[in-house]
Design a protein. Structure first.
Lengths: 614, 75
């Protein structure tokens, strides 16, 4: 099969919220720019908001909050590990983001976002600060509107064609290799600028119900963004800051606290007691949940039965009509009703990596530039912590414009790559006569991630995780057999998950403290350590050895001195071998055996050693 | 999808009276789960990739396809 070649100015990897906004802004900045959008699915429905979204979780609406208030909130929930300038931009441009969405969807003011009596947007309280930064949204159909605009502007959209490799030459971006999961077409797209908007690592830990696609995050988000950036030489940060969300148990969708809490709902334990001080998804809240279970007060619930009937009906309309609409069916099948206090059981489900909800991502500056020239990143794969959907739009827009500017002054370099070999290598799992089913390899790595990495993090368990990463790369990855193109992309996805597992483990072992509540609660270092204040753990691929290298780096100097912590304490834990146990070499004089045999008056038998085979 | 003459367990329900085999559900499924069978009706060819997101129901103008249940492991 021939390799299809496309020459472009800007390639966007991932047509989700950030990617579609990037494409729109790139084309609007310069209509002659050749923009290619790649996505695993059709851009009308793919990504986190394919079925709609009910809020922009962080905005600074004039009259209610300022961009500085957003910086204050994010400084607090990230415990000071952030680039405040990015947080400021997030707040500053959030209003424009809302106006852009109204224009793209053709919705009138007051229709997409609620207004107050003065005609201003009306946000609600959610964050653990004194400002309302949460904006409800009636956004059932915004993804279709974004996709329509992307196509209308003349972007070349390759649906069901995910990127499998970012090509670089002399340290700069040169293009992308991509593959169509239906036709099997293999693409070389040369371009000087690439925007990574490939989402988070949602398929990371394994949901406890055992369903592979039953993840909180969109299951097409398999950490490819992180892995593609890593292999292209970019730096990543906060890979140790896990997302440990409190979800609607088994359904694994949002519970949805952010809809319920601003309307008066709250979390209770099995005794019916309110157990959290705020409902914002920061590590202290997850730590509070974890303690309830550890101390025997699980399960926990999201309580709504005390709310007026009108509010409950309103909640049902939102929760069953937007984002994860099957919630209604899920409750119906369990005979659950929001009018009962224990109708929404919650649980800390699979761990994942996501900057939007937590912190993990590709290191970017306020212009969305990564540390690789020509490579930009935005959305859940770019490390702007707690940016949520607002950040995907704000930084997606910036990435689109900055990439166009970059492409104007930089020509695409010709990559030195043996394309035929790259293609042959990619198609190997299809041509192999027999091998491992890809879904089993996925189950294996994801169950290991859940078993060995779920916080609280244990050093010996994390060391074992590295053993599994190495073993699966050596024994399993090159032994996967698939039967069609649809499943072939899963081989790339499994490799991405394994790469993410290694990054997450090594970064967790590198940060010798606990921080962000449960997100990085490390048993060997169960307290915050001031020496890690304002420091990132940076993960990077050594260009020479190919090994993963880690370092600590100061975040950019604070412009505002806001509090850098939340009010919580780690529990007292008694750790004897938390830092790891070095077993003495195995020999016939194991001290335990020696002591036992002496005590029992026996002679120590010589160890039986089988004769070596010739 | 059939095996040993038996249809696989799946959780979409297709109203054959309403379905016109237009393939919109197949084209817009974000996880590429669906295909049309030899009679032109959608089935879950890649069932375990389904995120039970409901896009198939939402995109079908004739309301011919719906989720009968959430996946068994979640239910």
């Amino acid at each position: 099969m021939a390799i299809k070649r496309i020459e472009a100015d800007v390639v966007i990897i991932g047509g989700g919220s950030a990617g579609t906004m990037a494409a729109i802004k790139a084309k609007r900045k310069d209509n002659y720019t050749r923009v290619v959008v790649l996505d695993k699915g059709p851009i009308e429905t793919s990504g986190a908001i394919g079925r709609g979204m009910d809020a922009l979780n962080v905005v600074a609406v004039p009259g209610y909050a300022t961009p500085e208030n957003v910086v204050e909130a994010l400084t607090k929930v990230t415990e000071g590990v952030l680039d405040q300038e990015c947080a400021y931009i997030l707040g500053e441009k959030s209003l424009q983001c809302m106006k852009d969405l109204e224009a793209i969807t053709g919705r009138k003011p007051g229709d997409l976002f609620p207004l107050d009596e003065y005609g201003r947007y009306k946000p609600r309280y959610l964050h653990p600060v004194d400002y309302p930064l949460y904006m409800p949204m009636d956004g059932e159909d915004i993804k279709r509107a974004l996709a329509r605009e992307v196509r209308r502007l003349g972007c070349q959209v390759l649906d069901r064609t995910p990127a499998v490799k970012i090509l670089t030459q002399d340290g700069s971006v040169a293009g992308v290799l991509a593959f169509n999961i239906r036709s099997g077409d293999f693409y070389l797209i040369s371009a000087p600028a690439v925007i990574l908007t490939a989402g988070c690592a949602g398929k990371f830990g394994m949901p406890r119900d055992g369903y592979l696609s039953g993840t909180y995050e969109f299951p097409g988000n398999t950490g490819d963004g992180y892995a593609l950036a890593y292999h292209a030489g970019a730096e990543l940060v906060n890979m140790e800051c896990f997302q440990t969300n409190l979800l609607m148990k088994d359904f694994n969708g949002p519970a949805c606290g952010y809809v319920v809490i601003p309307r008066g709902g709250y979390g209770v334990n099995a005794l019916g007691e309110k157990y959290w001080s705020h409902g914002y998804w920061s590590g202290d809240m997850f730590l509070a949940v974890w303690k309830e279970f550890q101390e025997g007060r699980g399960p926990v619930y999201l309580k709504m039965d005390h709310l007026p009937e009108e509010t409950i009906r309103g909640l049902e309309k939102i929760l069953w009509g937007t984002e994860r609409t099957v919630r209604g069916l899920f409750h119906k099948q369990r005979n659950e009703d929001y009018r009962c206090w224990d109708s929404v059981e919650q649980g800390l489900e699979e761990i994942s990596l996501c900057s939007g909800h937590s912190g993990s991502g590709i290191l970017v500056n306020k212009d969305t530039e990564t540390t690789v020239p020509g490579l930009f990143a935005a959305g859940d794969c770019a490390a702007v912590p707690h940016q949520y959907l607002t950040g995907a739009f704000v930084f997606g827009a910036i990435a689109g414009e900055k990439a166009v500017e970059y492409a104007r002054s930089n020509k695409a370099k010709k990559p030195e790559i043996d394309l035929k070999e790259a293609r042959e290598d990619f198609f190997k799992p299809l041509r192999r006569e027999a091998g491992l089913p890809v879904e089993q390899v996925e189950i294996k790595i994801r169950t290991k991630i859940s078993q060995y990495l779920t916080p609280p993090k244990s050093d010996p368990l994390m060391q074992k995780m590295l053993w599994w990463v190495e073993r699966m790369r050596r024994e399993d990855v090159d032994n996967i057999k698939v039967v069609d193109y649809h499943d072939l992309i899963k081989v790339t996805e499994v490799k991405s998950i394994i790469d993410c597992a290694e990054m997450a483990t090594r970064a967790s072992l590198f940060r010798t403290e606990s921080r962000w509540g449960l997100s990085h609660f490390r048993l060997a270092y169960p307290k915050r350590d001031p020496k890690w204040d304002g420091k990132w753990v940076v993960v990077k691929k050594d260009p020479n050895s190919g090994e993963m290298i880690l370092s600590a780096r100061e975040v950019p100097k604070y412009k505002w001195n806001f509090p850098t912590r939340l009010e919580y304490e780690y529990p007292e834990v008694k750790i004897d071998i938390g830092k790891g146990y070095a077993h003495p070499p195995n020999d016939s004089t194991d001290p335990w055996v020696t002591e036992k045999l002496i005590r029992e008056g026996l002679e120590i038998p010589p160890r039986m050693i089988p004769e070596e085979e010739e | 999808m059939e095996r040993y003459g038996q249809r696989y367990y799946e959780w979409i329900k297709v109203d054959k009276e309403k379905c016109v085999s237009c393939g919109v559900c197949v084209e817009y499924c974000p996880r590429d789960v669906l295909r049309l069978d030899n009679q032109g009706y959608p089935y879950m060819a890649y069932r375990d990739d389904c995120w039970y997101c409901d896009v198939c129901t939402f995109m079908c103008k004739r309301k011919a396809i719906s989720l009968e249940s959430v996946p068994y492991l979640i239910k």
